[in-house]
Structure formats: structure tokens, C-alpha cells
Design a protein around this ligand. Structure first.
Ligand code: HC1
Ligand code: SF4
Length: 576
């Protein structure tokens, strides 16, 4: 520890940290725009400047290390003026349409302008126009709202290792963009949306489909069903001021009904179904095709796209099972349509997902059944919250309501899909039964939990041992695949989620400010994941194969796992 003095008071703080971190530790707010702990500590925005005794210039506190006896002033007139100038300059070249902006009231630049008391922008002159790009179904980039903080680039390079962004041009004309300023669809972007979460403004946002969804809801000739991903149940409350980790499934259903959807379904049901299909795939490969091991999970479209771009040699290892939301889509337009006598051409399937990549997945040409798109529109958690606000629903005080038949009952295993390690844990619960014939006495597989970036382990299933790996953040998936290739690690099954934390940390989830972006402790993602595990613990049915709806779907439609019908509607292929 070292003793430093901030604003006239002594504090003991750990050695080796920055002044900014030290100040925040002792609850002294130093604002910043470009800083992201551990991954973007570059001091370019100059908003975090402070006075340091003994130095002439103001210093960027995010890159200034603490040392014994250091004296810091964070709130002098000079500091306030410098911060104000830095932000005013950014605003002078910014498309300031706050009232109609997606990030209105949740924008770090806007917040700063307010807290610094900026009331006018004295700089005039022509604004540069760098353009708007949205030639893909998932993510749009407005260069006129970019403040060059480089947080998108930091996440993409250091955590996801996709290397989509780099600085283009020079000096004042620098922008952070894909090579040749191409659209994200033309580069190795996996559409995970982690850059969207990292962006302090609306320069990077999801592509909205709210208008289209209102239109189908108002069309009385359409039967509009909505499905919600497991993680939405523990994250959407944050959009309405509820604490991180609030479980709000009942209110979520109630809100969707009030918006006018005809049926409200839980994607968790088809998550259970995924486990049956993928579990059987794993068993087939273990028993008969060991050369096709490891089996790699494929429910995360960001990860699938990552494999397609960077590791095509592993594509035969990806599970052919479609993701739960695609399965729900396929089943609504086939089994459900027939069972309830609804013309499938009138059914619209809207998916509420924590994810921008799901928008891209839904648009993949192969994701259709009998000529109908499986899923017609994907909305993120944030978009759904906007719809709820648009009609003035008081979310927090809604009563709890139940999902609609026949996608209503689901196991705890289906729910924990939303957290990293959850798919694997769910698979283990069912594989135990498939391989040994007996139920796992206690369904918890604790080794799969927690937010370590890469986990390796073993599962004993009777006299067989299955080796496993769990990665979240595609940079970690890369490490695991490289270790496998070099022979350093062996595993039979790997779960990969592109987003740190899994879907609870998805690119479509509520955006917390950079202060909550503790990529090392990932604390808020942890709370969201814990909420899923808590609900799982209290559920009567905790294993996918015990889900009565899944049993019904096999009985009435599919026959058995990996049957011809199951292969036709619930499995897919990948492209290099
Ligand atoms: Fe996910 Fe999945 S868990 S991918 O994270 O397999 O998006 O929540 O819906 O499809 O079920 C996301 C979450 C989600 C799918 C399921
Ligand atoms: Fe989407 Fe979940 Fe994959 Fe992230 S981890 S890209 S939220 S499916």
C-alpha cells in the first residue's frame, strides 16, 4: 500500500494502480470517457485530468500511477475548465440530436455535458460528415457520433480478438473504423455487439426493428408470437431501475401481453430441446465417431460466426443442432401451426434476445422451415424496454403472469443457458441419464460456474470420463482451440459463448456506464448469472429430459432425438 493525498485528505491505496482508480476506490468521482479498466487505459479523452503537485501540466489520471506521498487535486477551477473544454470540443463536432437519439438519457457524453454544466458550444464552423453505415441486420455505426475513445476497438481486439476496428486517417481526421471504412458485414465482425456495450454514445447501436414489430402487432391478419431468451428474465428489470439480478419473468410476460402479442413463449423450452438433440449428438460421437470430437456448442451465433471466419477447420465439430430461438421459430411454423390450426404464412415469430448476433442469425438464409423464416424479427432487451416505455406500461408494478402453452414449462437447465457454463451444465445433467441410465443424484455441476474466462474439467458418467472446456469471450475460445491444436489440452465437448459472462453479458443487454465495466471482476454479469442459478435451484424440474413439453414435442412431432423430422427442422449446417 502507499499513502496518497487527494483533495487534502490522506488515503491508503494499493501500489501500482492509477490515480483514477485510486480516487474511485475512495469514492471520489473523476469523470472519463475513454477509460475502460484493464483494456483501454490510454488517456486520450483528457476528461480525467487532475493536478498533481510538482508537475506543471494537468495529467490524465487514468494513466498516472500512484506513488508514496503523491498529492492530487481533482476539483480545482483549472481542472474543471480543462474538462469542460475537452467535452465542449467533442460536442462541437458531434451530431447533437439528443432528443431523438437511441441513447438519449443513457449516454455518457450527454451525462458529462450535464454534470460539467456545459450550456453553450462557442465553436462554430463546418462539421465533418463521416457517414452512417448499416448494411447488415444487426449493428449500425454513426461516425458523426463517434468521439474516438477507442473503447470499441479495445473490446474487439483484446477481449474478442476479432480485430475489426483500427484508426483510419491521421490527426484530426482520425476515425476508428473497419478497414477502408467497410460495413461490419464485409469484415470479420461476429456481430456480438460487445462494441455496442462499450460505446459511450450512440455511435454504435443495434439496428432497431421496433417499427416493424408494431406494424405486425397491429395487423389483425397476423398471429404474432413472441419468445423470450432465458437471460431476459433476469436483466430487463434493470431498464426500469430494478437492481441488477432481479428475476422478473412474470412481469416480462405481463408486459408482452399488454403490448399486444398473441402468444408469449419461453425460449427456455426449446433450450431444453436443444439439450436433448445436442446431448444425443455428443453420445453418438463419443460411442461411434470419436474422430468427430470435440463437439463444440453452436447455440451462440457470434461464436459460430467466429469459427466460420477464424477456425473453419473446426466447423465439422460444431454441433448441427440449431439454437433454441431458431428451434422455437421452426416449431411455431410447423408443429404449433398444425396443432392449433393456424396458417403458418400468417404466423410471425418475434424473439426478444440479449444479443445483436441473433438478428444476424435469424437472417441467415438456411434458417427457414418449409419456406418460412423461423424467426421474423429479433429485438434486444433494450428495444423491448423501449417498446414498453413507448406505451407507458408501469413495468415494476405489473402482476406476474404465466407463459402460454405449449412453450410454457421449462426446466432449470433450460434457464441457466443464459450464463456461461450453463449449456454445458444442462448437457451434463442429461448426458448422465443418457449414458449411465441413472439420474445425476444432485444436478449441480459447480465446476461449470463462475466467470473464469476459460475452464477445463472432467465429468464422470458411469465408467466413462468426458473431458470438457468452457470459454466465454471469443479470445478465450481461441486460446482453447489453439491449446487443442497443439495437443496441450484435450477435450470432448466445449461450450463457447461469444460474450463475456454468456448471454447475461450479451451485446443487446441493458447498458451500464463504463464504471460498471469491470472486465476482470465482471461483477454485474455475475449478479445476473447468480439470479439464474438461484431460480434453477428452486425449480422442481431441473433436467431438460424431464420437461413434459419436450416429451410432448417428441411424442407428437419429432419421434425421437436425431430423427429424420428432427434433422429436417432442428439441425443446420455452417459455411466457411
Ligand atoms: Fe442465449 Fe440461447 S441461451 S443463446 O445465450 O442458447 O441470445 O439468454 O436465447 O437461442 O435458450 C441468447 C440467452 C438464448 C438461444 C437459449
Ligand atoms: Fe449472443 Fe449470447 Fe452469443 Fe453473446 S453469448 S453473441 S448474447 S448468443
Amino acid at each position: 500500500k502507499v499513502t496518497i493525498n487527494i483533495d487534502g485528505k490522506d488515503y491508503q491505496v494499493p501500489k501500482g494502480i492509477s490515480v483514477l482508480e485510486a480516487a474511485r476506490m475512495v469514492n471520489i468521482e473523476i469523470p472519463s470517457l475513454c477509460y475502460l479498466k484493464d483494456i483501454n487505459e490510454v488517456g486520450t479523452c483528457r476528461v480525467c485530468v487532475v493536478e498533481i503537485e510538482g508537475t506543471r501540466n494537468l495529467q490524465a489520471s487514468c494513466v498516472y500511477p500512484v506513488r508514496e506521498g503523491l498529492k492530487v487535486r481533482t476539483n480545482t477551477e483549472r481542472v474543471r475548465r480543462a474538462r469542460k473544454t475537452a467535452v465542449t470540443l467533442l460536442l462541437s463536432n458531434h451530431n447533437r440530436e439528443c432528443t431523438t437519439c437511441i441513447r438519449n438519457l443513457n449516454c455518457e457524453l450527454q451525462n458529462l455535458a450535464d454534470s460539467l454544466g456545459i450550456r453553450n458550444i462557442p465553436y462554430t464552423g463546418e462539421k465533418k460528415d463521416y457517414g452512417f453505415f448499416d448494411n447488415n441486420p444487426a449493428i449500425q455505426r454513426d461516425y458523426n457520433k463517434c468521439i474516438n475513445c477507442r473503447r470499441c476497438m479495445a473490446i474487439c481486439n483484446k477481449i474478442q480478438e476479432c480485430y475489426v476496428y483500427s484508426p483510419l486517417n491521421r490527426g484530426l481526421n482520425t476515425i476508428i473504423a473497419p478497414a477502408f471504412q467497410k460495413d461490419l458485414s464485409e469484415v470479420s465482425c461476429i456481430m456480438c455487439g460487445q462494441c455496442v456495450l462499450a460505446c459511450p454514445t450512440a455511435s454504435l447501436t443495434e439496428k432497431e426493428y421496433i417499427k416493424e414489430v408494431w406494424e405486425v402487432i397491429s395487423d389483425s391478419n397476423k398471429h404474432v408470437v413472441v419468445q423470450t431468451a432465458p437471460s431476459i428474465q433476469v436483466t430487463i428489470g434493470e431498464e426500469f431501475g430494478m437492481p441488477v439480478g432481479s428475476f422478473v419473468a412474470g412481469k416480462l410476460v405481463a408486459a408482452l401481453r399488454r403490448l399486444g402479442f398473441d402468444k408469449v413463449f419461453a425460449t427456455d423450452v426449446t433450450a431444453d430441446l436443444t439439450i436433448l438433440e445436442e446431448g444425443n449428438e455428443l453420445m453418438e460421437r463419443v460411442l461411434h465417431e470419436p474422430e468427430k470430437l470435440p463437439l463444440l456448442s453452436s447455440c451462440c451465433p457470434g461464436w459460430v460466426k467466429y469459427a466460420e471466419h477464424f477456425y473453419p477447420e473446426f466447423l465439422p465439430h460444431l454441433s448441427s443442432t440449431k439454437s433454441p430461438h431458431e428451434m422455437c421459430g421452426a416449431l411455431t411454423k410447423t408443429w404449433y401451426a398444425k396443432k392449433y390450426g393456424i396458417d403458418p404464412s400468417t404466423i410471425v415469430n418475434v424473439a426478444i434476445m440479449p444479443c445483436t448476433a441473433k438478428k444476424y442469425e435469424a437472417a441467415r438464409p438456411e434458417m427457414e422451415s418449409d419456406g418460412y423464416r423461423n424467426v421474423d424479427y429479433v429485438l434486444t432487451t433494450r428495444e423491448l424496454a423501449r417498446m414498453i416505455r413507448q406505451v407507458g406500461i408501469d413495468f415494476v408494478n405489473l402482476p406476474d403472469e404465466e407463459y402460454d402453452e405449449p412453450f410454457d414449462q421449462y426446466s432449470g437447465a433450460g434457464m441457466i443457458f443464459g450464463a456461461t457454463g450453463g449449456v454445458l451444465e444442462a448437457a451434463v445433467r442429461t448426458a448422465h441419464k443418457l449414458i449411465t441410465g441413472d439420474e445425476m443424484p444432485v444436478p449441480d455441476y459447480e465446476d461449470a460456474r463462475g466467470l473464469r474466462g476459460l475452464k477445463y474439467g472432467k465429468v464422470n458418467l458411469g465408467d466413462r470420463t468426458i473431458t470438457i472446456a468452457i470459454a466465454h469471450g471469443t479470445g478465450n475460445a481461441k486460446k482453447a482451440l489453439e491449446a487443442f491444436k497443439s495437443g496441450e489440452k484435450k477435450f470432448d465437448y466445449m461450450e463457447v459463448m461469444a460474450c463475456p459472462g454468456g448471454c447475461v453479458g450479451g451485446g443487446g443487454q441493458p447498458i451500464l456506464s463504463s464504471r460498471d465495466y469491470k472486465y476482470i471482476s465482471l461483477s454485474y454479469r455475475h449478479n445476473r448469472a447468480d439470479a439464474l442459478y438461484n431460480v434453477d435451484r428452486g425449480k422442481k424440474i431441473r433436467r431438460s429430459h424431464e420437461n413434459p413439453r419436450v416429451q410432448q414435442i417428441y411424442k407428437e412431432f419429432l419421434g425421437e432425438p436425431l430423427s429424420v423430422v428432427a434433422k429436417k427442422y432442428l439441425h443446420t449446417t455452417y459455411v466457411e
